[in-house]
Design a binder for this molecule. Structure first.
Ligand code: ATP
Ligand code: MG
Length: 330
C-alpha cells in the first residue's frame, strides 16, 4: 500500500494496519513464499474480508497478526500496527495480554479448538477468568450470559454440555463466545462457516454481523467464497498466490470488479463452484518472488507486460488493483 493511501486513512479510525508483510515457510531446505508484500487496513467497527482460493496466504496473514505463526514461518518484512503498536516486535507478555482480550480468534473447526473433556460453559468462563480479575462464580454467570448472546438455545442447560454433545453450528457459537468473551476490538474469523451447512452458515454470519453492530467490534473475515462475505463485509481484500490482487469497498468489488481474478471468484461464487478445490498447490514458480503477475498463467487478458510485476493502481478514493489492464486509469 502506498504511503499516500495509509496517510489518507484517518488514524483515529484505524485499528489495524498491515504493511508490506512478507512471510516465508521453511520446509527442509526449501523456502515457500506464502505472503508477499501484503498491506491492508482495518478501521474500528468495520468488517474486512480476506478472500482467495486455497493456498493464497489468508491463514498465514491472519496468524501473523497475533503472532501465532508456526515455528517454521519467518516474517521477512513488514509492520503490523495494532492501535499504533507494531505487534511483530511485541514481547511475549504483550502478545499474551493482547490475544483473547484485544484480538479474538475463531477457526474453521470449532471442535478442534474445544477441550473435549471440559464442559463448554466452563471453557467460556475460563477465558473470562484468565483475562479479568473476577471470581469463578461471577465468570460462570457471565459465561451463561455470553452463551445467550451467542443465541445458544437453553444456555443454562448447554453450559454443562461437553463438546461432543454439540452440533457443529452450536460448537462454533461457543467458540465465538470464547473469542468475544472479553470484548476484543478485533475478531479474526478464519473460514468460520466452511464446515457448516448453508442454513447454519447463514446463522453464524448473522451472529457475526450482530456482534459487529452491537459491540462495534472489527472483524477480519476470511473465506475462499466471495458470496459468503457479501452480506457482512464493508471492505474486501482479494488475495492470490500470497499477494493482494485487488481491494475495495464491498459494493465496488461486487458491482465493478476490476481484477480478472476477482471476476473469476465472482463467477465461481455465482455458479456455486468451490474455488478451494481448484488449486490446492500453486506451481512453485507462482509462490516464489519471481517477477511478473502471479495470475498471468490463468488470466484471459494476459499480455506481454504481465511479465513485469504489476504496480499498485489506485482506482478511486480507496480502491486499488494490481493489474496492468488499469495502468492508464491511474
Ligand atoms: P486455505 O484456503 O486452504 O486455508 P490459505 O489461503 O489460508 O489456504 P495458507 O494456509 O496461508 O493459505 O498457505 C499459504 C501457503 O503457505 C501455501 O502454499 C501453503 O502450502 C503454505 N503453508 C501454509 N502453512 C505452512 C506450513 N506450516 N509449512 C509450510 N508451508 C505452509
Ligand atoms: Mg486457511
Amino acid at each position: 500500500m502506498t504511503l499516500t493511501m495509509i496517510e489518507r486513512k484517518n488514524s483515529s479510525k484505524l485499528l489495524l494496519s498491515v504493511q508490506n508483510l512478507k512471510i516465508q515457510y521453511r520446509k527442509k531446505n526449501e523456502y515457500i513464499e506464502a505472503v508477499e508484500d501484503v498491506s491492508f487496513n482495518i478501521d474500528r467497527g468495520k468488517v474486512v474480508a480476506l478472500v482467495g482460493e486455497s493456498g493464497s496466504g489468508k491463514t498465514t496473514t491472519a496468524l501473523a497478526i497475533p503472532n501465532l505463526l508456526p515455528a517454521n514461518a519467518i516474517i521477512k518484512e513488514g509492520v503490523i500496527l495494532y492501535k499504533g503498536k507494531n505487534l511483530i516486535q511485541a514481547t511475549h507478555e504483550e502478545l499474551r495480554a493482547i490475544r483473547g482480550k484485544e484480538i479474538g480468534m475463531v477457526f474453521q473447526d470449532p471442535t478442534s479448538f474445544l477441550d473435549p473433556l471440559m464442559r463448554v460453559g466452563d471453557q467460556v468462563a475460563e477465558v473470562i477468568v484468565k483475562h479479568e480479575s473476577i471470581k469463578k462464580k461471577e465468570a460462570i454467570l457471565k459465561a451463561k450470559n455470553i452463551l445467550e448472546k451467542m443465541r445458544v438455545t437453553e444456555p443454562e442447560r448447554i453450559y454443562y454440555y461437553y463438546p461432543h454433545q454439540l452440533s457443529g453450528g452450536m460448537a462454533q457459537r461457543v467458540v465465538i463466545g470464547m473469542a468475544i468473551a472479553c470484548q476484543p476490538s478485533l475478531l479474526i474469523a478464519d473460514e468460520p462457516t466452511s464446515n457448516l451447512d448453508l442454513t447454519v452458515q447463514a446463522q453464524i454470519l448473522n451472529l457475526l454481523k450482530a456482534l459487529n453492530h452491537e459491540l462495534g467490534m472489527s472483524i477480519l473475515l476470511i473465506s475462499h467464497d466471495l458470496g459468503v462475505v457479501s452480506g457482512i463485509a464493508d471492505r474486501v481484500v482479494i488475495m492470490y498466490a500470497g499477494r493482494i490482487m485487488e481491494e475495495g469497498d464491498v459494493h465496488s468489488i461486487f458491482k465493478n470488479p476490476r481484477h480478472p481474478y476477482t471476476r473469476a471468484l465472482l463467477v465461481a461464487s455465482e455458479l456455486g463452484e468451490d474455488m478451494v478445490k481448484q488449486q490446492n498447490d500453486f506451481p512453485s514458480d507462482l509462490l516464489s518472488s519471481s517477477s511478473g503477475c502471479c495470475y498471468r498463467h490463468k488470466c484471459p487478458y494476459v499480455m506481454e507486460r504481465c511479465k513485469e510485476n504489476p504496480i499498485e493502481i489506485l482506482l478511486d478514493q480507496d480502491s486499488r488493483v494490481y493489474c496492468w489492464l488499469y495502468s492508464n486509469e491511474s
